[in-house]
Every structure is written in structure tokens, then in C-alpha cells.
Ligand binder design. Sequence first.
Ligand code: IVH
Length: 694
Amino acid sequence: MTSEVTDKVRTRYAELVAGINDAQHRYYVDDAPTLSDAAYDQLMHELEALELEFPELVSQDSPTQRVGAGEWLGFAAVDHAERMLSLDNAFNDDQLAAWATRVERDAGAPVRYLCELKIDGLAVNLTYEKGRLTRGATRGDGRTGEDVTANVRRIKGIPHKLAGDNPPDLVEIRGEIYFPAQAFADLNAAQVEAGERTYVNPRNAASGSLRQKDPSITARRALELIVHGIGARTGFEPASQSDAYAQLKAWGLPTSPRWKVVDSLDEVKAYIAEYQAHRHDLEHDIDGVVVKVDDVAEQQKLGSTSRAPRWAIAFKYPPEEVNTKLLDIIVEVGRTGRATPAAVLDPVFVGGVTVARATLHNQREVARKGVKIGDTVVIRRAGDVIPEILGPVEALRDGSERDWSMPANCPSCGTTLAPAKEADVDLRCPNTRYCKAQLVERITYLGGRDGFDIEGMGTKAAIALVEDKVVTDEGDLFALDEKQLASSPFFLKKDGTLSTNAGKLLANLEKAKQQQLWRVLTSLSIRHVGPTAARALADHFNDVEKIATASVEQMSVVEDVGGTIAEAVREWFAEDWHREVVEKWRAAGVRMDQEPVADTGPKPLDGLTVVVTGTLEGFTRDEAAERLTALGAKVSGSVSKKTAFVVVGESAGSKLDKALSLGVPTLDEPGFTVLLEEGPEAAKAYSDARRENA
Ligand code: IVH
């Protein structure tokens, strides 16, 4: 029985065709996708279902009637000699175990598994005839792809001729083209510089770079290949996947250094867990691990479905890009007055955490992303990186979405927002002293780790102090007494007497008066003055008063203090009420100077950059950093080739991996003590000896 095609169905059909075609165009041609894979699949399923029910609807321009999008770009269609299959997925251990059980049952015996990374790139098929590269093609629909021979020939690392004397008559090499993480960052930076559109992610950058009509553009992009299989072949019959990789490598093809053959499912799981923990330390994006039966005879025995081999499975990591609703855009005012639009999201699990907020930076970003309130948006959260909105899913709009524009007034105090300088994009609330939002943020910051580090003075206490008017501004903090705190219910017990926490807060404030000078400086919330600049200023001038009166020239010569910071400090002290804050703190007993750091000439760790990661037993992070800086080292949060040592505590994660991959010496806690007490050479020897024994 066929149903009647109503107007509603017709309209929806047209919407779907247009929406998917638009999405494909954005994905394939613009390389700026607006739909997550899941949202795209959802639309495609709906379209297929409609076409099944109403075959008379199927139109020429339906995306179901087209192979890929190559025709848009004008690449010729080419058939693969052997189909390029896809992979079935496992999303958890149970699904993986179910697959392994089936494999071992069908194989009739335990099998050896080859584990490798599932590279988030773009599949290609390279045909070598008598050792010569004769064709390169994209995957397309698996049977037919796009001819990109001229482009793949321009990719460094893809041999035009296989090494060795005995190449097979024919072999199809399958692999993944990807954009290395660093090169991707550089490419986007260059695109920005050139006023060009940036790429959403490395996969799209890879796709866009390979599918260029002008192969010389492909040649300039840092694309790389990792091979992960073979298709049709004559004169090449490897006995196992691992043997095949060894031969491909001998032919000069880029194989992965990370594949591993294991004997048990437990080892497979260990491999999966290891790379899940370190997925962001690799030179390319991965979205999972591919597990393959190693033995080719067993592969053949297991066979394939029309879609995917039974002898392989992709274990997928939790997604880092998902869709959710943008419920609202609110404006938050930070401690230096900057007004930042923030997205309020329907909470969604992405990149291992639930995300309900994401910054939109400024009004220009909102416009650039083209998001409206009520939109379905694509969210990305990778590793420790803060969640980001990539863009709206325009195909899912229903007309109820609302445009957003930056309000003219501060949402906290109502003052007219304005840029600090005419050319600035960021808007600020100029009511720095009394704007409650700013004051709460400043007090929270000065109570925090980079400020005075005062236990009991977090956001809630700051709100109470400000809302209940216990303080007018941060100048009053160090003169607080019990009576003043008692004026806020937050600091009282039910019976109306002062709470224990209030008592502790007063004691902690008292203690904080002796904090180091750099902490006093960061706590002033001077724009651009974070811990590094504050330390530099403190150690150069040793006294707040000297900093207050120093000229821009005197400050900007200090290492780690540039012109921008010097100007910001100058401007800050030019404000009367700022000076009053300092005077009030001084009068309340806050230390405003330090013993000059004795200039004993060069220090043992001068010029060395050290990274501390994980938990140490004998030092807090701050203590470790203090000890290092006192000896002249620079403490950094990220590992690079220039890092001299990485100090590795308990539960160290990605930084350890990065150190190992870059060959940066690592030190455990005893090694760290060697560095502090005996210097870099002894520490290097210690690190080398440990590595040899490992
Ligand atoms: S094997 C017959 N191995 O993932 C087996 N594929 O979701 C076919 N991919 O189309 C693929 N890394 O483009 C294999 N190490 C890897 C892979 C990999 C990425 C891609 C490949 C495939 C897709 C399936």
C-alpha cells in the first residue's frame, strides 16, 4: 500500500534535499561543515525513509542519487579494483567482547589481534602497477571514488615508485591522509593572517587540501599518509596483516609505528585504554582503535558483509563533537571588566565531561559563527581544551531561532559598555570600582591560587561580601573583623553567632598578609599581569611603591614584562582608587615589599625551562615552581622541544607522553631533588641512567 503524498510530505522532502545538499556542499566543497556526523545521518535516514515510502518523490538532485560530491569539484570518477569497505563499530567493552567471541567461534580457535589507531582523516586508495604509482583516488562510496592522482603525487612521503627490485604486478594500498596537529594549527594561523577562512578541524583541512583543483596547493600543505591495508593485489600474498605492514614499510610506504599484535582481548583493551588516555598527544587526531584479525587466512575465512569485514572492528572513543541546543546567550563580566558572551547550552556529554556553558568570546565571534538563540549547535571539547561552539546546524532550523546582539549596558550594573580603545573588539564595563560582577570576580581571583591563596574566600564568600555590602571594594578585605562579617547571613550560624568558617576566613586573611610580593601584585587584577609578569616585576623592583612610580621604560626592560604590560601597570596606578586599595592593604598590614633577591650572579638553572606534571609527594605544585624559579629556571605549563626537563609525579598524563615523544629528559621525584641540589648535568645523567634501566 502506498500512502498519499501530501503537501506536507512534499515540503519536508524538498527541505531535506536542500538541507542535505547544502550540508554536503559545506562539507565537501567549503570544508566548513555545519552538521555533526550524527545530525547528518539523522537527516539522511529521514530522507531515505521518505523515498522508500514515496518512490515517486525521488528527484534527480536528491543526495541519494549521487556518488560523493566529486562532480561539484570536477574530479573524474574512478572505480576501485576492490571495494573499499567500511568498519563496524564497538562503543564499549561489551560490544567489543561480543565481536571477539564471534570471531573466535567462527575461526574455531583463539586468534591473534592486530591493534592500530583509527586515524581521523580521509581514506585514499593508491594503485601501484609494477611498482609505479598509477592512480590515487578518494574512497567515495566505496566502489567509486574521485581521481586525485595528480594531487597525491604531490604529497611528500607517498612514493611514486616502490623500493626494492621485486614489486608486485598490482597492489592497491589503502591508507588515511591526515593533517598533522601542529601543521593544522600553523595552517589556520596562516589562513587568518591572509584573511582567509579557517578550517574547522584537521580532517576537513586534509580533505580540502587533497581535493584542490590545483595540485600545487596540495603540494604546499603538510599532508601525511599512514597506510592501513591493501585491496586488490596480484603477485603479493602476505600471510598476515603484520607481514603486509612489514612489506609495505620495506617498499617505502609510510606505516604507523604504533600497531601492535597481541594474543588476548585483555591486551586489546589495554591498548585501547592507553591510547584513550593519550589521544591528544599524537601527531594526528584519532577517533578510536581498529582491531583486526592478524592472520590473512583467518580473515578470508571470516569474510565480509556488504558493508564491512567481519575480521575487523573499530572501537570508537566517546565523541568530541556533538550537537546540542543553544538555549541562550548571556553576558558575563570578568574581573577586568571585559564583557563576554557565553552560550548557555542544553547540557551535553562531550569529550568526557558534561558541558552546559561555552564562551563565545565577543560579539564578532558570535557573528562569525552565525549562531542564533534556539539553534542546534556543534560543540567540540577535546582533551583539556575548553569547550567550543563550532557553528549552527542550519538544516535543523525551524524559524523560531532568534538573532542575538551584544547589549549596550553592563548586565550587572547597567553602565554603558565601551571598548577600552577605539579599535578593540572587546567591550568593557568602565564602572570598575563598583560594578558588582567585577568586584566579585576580583575578590574570587585574589582569594585563589594565583592570588593570595586564601582558603574560604571563593565565589560564594565573595558574593556574600559584595551583595551584603560587607566591603565596598577589595581595599576593605584585610581590615575585616568579626563584627563586619556578622553583618552577612552567609557568615552566620543558624543561632546568629559567627560560623566556624568565618573565623577561619579571618585567620586566613591574617596569614595572607605575609604572602609573597608577586601574589600581592597579581591580586590587584591589573590587566595582563598574571603570575609570570608579577614575579618578574616583584623580583626586579622588590617594592610595590617602586613599581607604582616606575616609568614604562623602566618596566618594559624587565624580562617577561613587555611594553603592553608596562603600560597596563602604569595606567592602573594612575587611578586614584587603585592607589587607595594599595594604601588600605598596607595600613591593614599586608606586606608590600620583599628582601631583594640577592644577585649572586648566574644561577644554577638559568635559561632552563622546566615542566612539572602529576602529583609530587614532597612538594605542592606551587612549592616545586618556587624552588625552580628561585634557582633561575623558568616554569612552563607545556612541553616543547625547548623544555629542559619534565618533572613527573604520580598520575602524570599527556605531558609525560609528549616528553617521551620529543625526547625531553624526564625526572621522577628523587631526580627532581637531584636537579635542585646538584644541577642540570647531574639531573640529566640521572634521567639517562633511569631510562637505560627502564
Ligand atoms: S581498516 C577493511 N584501519 O576508518 C578495513 N581503517 O570507519 C577498512 N580508518 O574507511 C578500513 N584508520 O578510512 C582501517 N587503522 C585503520 C583506520 C581506518 C582510519 C578509516 C578508514 C575507514 C573508516 C571506517
